[in-house]
Every structure is written in structure tokens, then in C-alpha cells.
Design a protein around this ligand. Structure first.
Ligand code: OOG
Ligand code: MG
Length: 263
């Protein structure tokens, strides 16, 4: 149940928008609002989305977060969540990204996909999700919590759009029919040294379940995943802190590589 007024929801969205645009950490929102429910938190996220779209940004996709044990353990939050991706979050594959403007960016390897059919919950199954996938792309996400020390609770991270900041998509698309998403392995290198590794099954047992869960999480708001939506299914590996001069490469079995550098 939502408990905050629309005005208060709007204030929190403005606070988090400012923090993201200015690259400035703020106290987690549950410090000012200890009663913030999960529904309130999604209201804040949706208000934040509205504000960015009104400012001229375009929706570029959706993401799931905290879908792997590695991520849940690292962040101390055990419930998968969703967020939105905007056009200006996208960084060209294999390019350089300036750390200026970000607070404390971290990099994580993700399997991303594009849907060919709309998906609507509740009750969306992994089979339905699989049938709705058009193609798969290797990706890296650069997350950046707007909260001090990257520490948060579930409502706070949901309000902060699941720490979304930037993302990088590899240049090759793979038809879903040729792949078993569960068995795709990935290694992440930083400056040539292996820093993390995992397989697709780390994401809820099957990355397609992450897509199904997204449809189900959207259902209470009467929202669906439209055909043609780009979806990041959540970090397979724990997220690795980035500093200027670092270059990260994710090497996916079958899917190829994707990299990003930091300046
Ligand atoms: C929350 C965002 C999680 C993922 O892939 O698990 C996320 C965080 O860890 O800051 O994007
Ligand atoms: Mg992620």
C-alpha cells in the first residue's frame, strides 16, 4: 500500500533526479521516510521516469536488478527489482566513458535481449518469456547508486531506479533459437586480469525467468513489456568498481565480447 502523498513522491523523485544529474551522493530516502513502502518506492521511480521523459529523454529499455545470488549477496538485498533505461544512458560499445559526473560507478556483466512479442503479467511463465524473445546481445551495465557508500535498502534502491546509470551493448545480435541462455558463460576482465565470472543460470536459474518476472512485476501497475523492448536481465557477476584508466571486457561464450573504458 502506498502511504506517501503525491507531492512527497514528487519531491523524492526530484531529489534523486538532481543527485543523478549532478553526480552527487544523497542519504538514502528511507532516512527521511522510514515508512516508505515498496509501492511508494516504485511511485518515486515512475515519477522520476516521468520527469526525465518530460525533459526530452526517451525510454531505451527496461532492466531487472538483484536477480543473481552474487548481486544479492554483494548488496544485502534479496528481492529482484526493475528499473528503466533512457537513451542517454547508452555508451557505444568499446568506447571510453568519463567518470566525471558519476559518483562511484561499478561494472557488471549482463545478458540483454530484445522482445518480439509483448509480454503481460501476472502469471507470465518462463516458457512465455522465451517465446517472446527475438534476439540476445552481450552487455555490460555501469551502475552508480546515488546513495552514500553504495549502501541502501530495498525501497531506497527501487526509488533510485535500481542504480541505473549507463550501459554498453555488444555489436552482435544472436537469434534466441540458437542459444540456451542458462549455459552461456562470461568472464569479466579489468585491465587484462580476470575479476569475475559466471553463467546465465546465475540469473534466477534462467535469464528468461528474469524477463517473465519483469512482466509480473509490472502487472500491478497495469503496465506491460511492449514488443521490441530492450531488456537487461540483471548482473550475472558481482559488480566491480571502476576508476579512470580502467578497461573492462566481458567475454561471453557464444555471444562475443563487449568492453568499456573509463577516463
Ligand atoms: C542495484 C542494481 C542491481 C543488477 O543487475 O543486479 C542491478 C545495485 O546493485 O546497485 O542492476
Ligand atoms: Mg544490472
Amino acid at each position: 500500500m502506498a502511504s506517501l502523498t503525491a507531492q512527497r513522491i514528487g519531491e523524492l523523485a526530484r531529489l534523486l533526479e538532481g543527485a543523478a544529474l549532478e553526480g552527487r551522493a544523497v542519504p538514502k530516502v528511507t532516512i527521511a521516510e522510514p515508512q516508505l513502502s515498496l509501492a511508494d518506492a516504485y511511485d518515486v521511480q515512475w515519477a522520476l521516469r516521468e520527469r526525465r521523459l518530460r525533459a526530452g529523454r526517451r525510454l531505451a529499455g527496461l532492466k531487472m536488478g538483484l536477480t543473481s545470488l552474487a548481486k544479492m549477496k554483494q548488496m544485502g538485498v534479496e528481492t529482484p527489482i526493475y528499473g528503466f533505461l533512457l537513451d542517454d544512458f547508452r555508451v557505444a560499445a568499446d568506447s571510453q566513458l568519463s567518470i566525471a559526473g558519476l559518483i562511484h560507478p561499478r561494472v557488471e556483466a549482463e545478458i540483454a535481449l530484445v522482445t518480439r512479442h509483448a509480454l503481460r503479467g501476472p502469471g507470465c511463465t518462463v516458457e512465455q518469456a522465451l517465446a517472446a524473445i527475438d534476439h540476445v546481445v552481450p552487455a555490460l551495465e555501469v551502475i552508480d547508486s546515488r546513495y552514500r557508500d553504495f549502501k541502501f535498502d530495498l525501497p531506497s534502491v527501487v526509488a533510485d531506479n535500481a542504480s541505473s546509470a549507463r550501459y554498453v551493448v555488444g555489436s552482435t545480435r544472436w537469434p534466441i533459437d540458437d542459444l540456451d541462455l542458462r549455459t552461456i558463460s562470461v568472464v569479466v576482465e579489468r585491465n587484462g586480469a580476470l575479476v569475475a565470472s559466471g553463467t546465465g543460470a546465475a540469473v534466477l536459474g534462467h535469464p528468461a525467468l528474469s524477463l517473465a518476472m519483469l512482466a509480473n512485476l509490472l502487472a500491478p501497475r497495469e503496465e506491460l513489456i511492449p514488443a521490441g523492448t530492450f531488456v537487461m536481465t540483471g548482473g550475472i557477476t558481482e559488480a566491480i568498481a571502476a576508476k579512470p584508466g580502467d578497461r573492462f571486457v566481458a567475454r561471453y561464450e557464444h555471444l562475443g565480447s563487449v568492453s568499456v573504458g573509463f577516463t
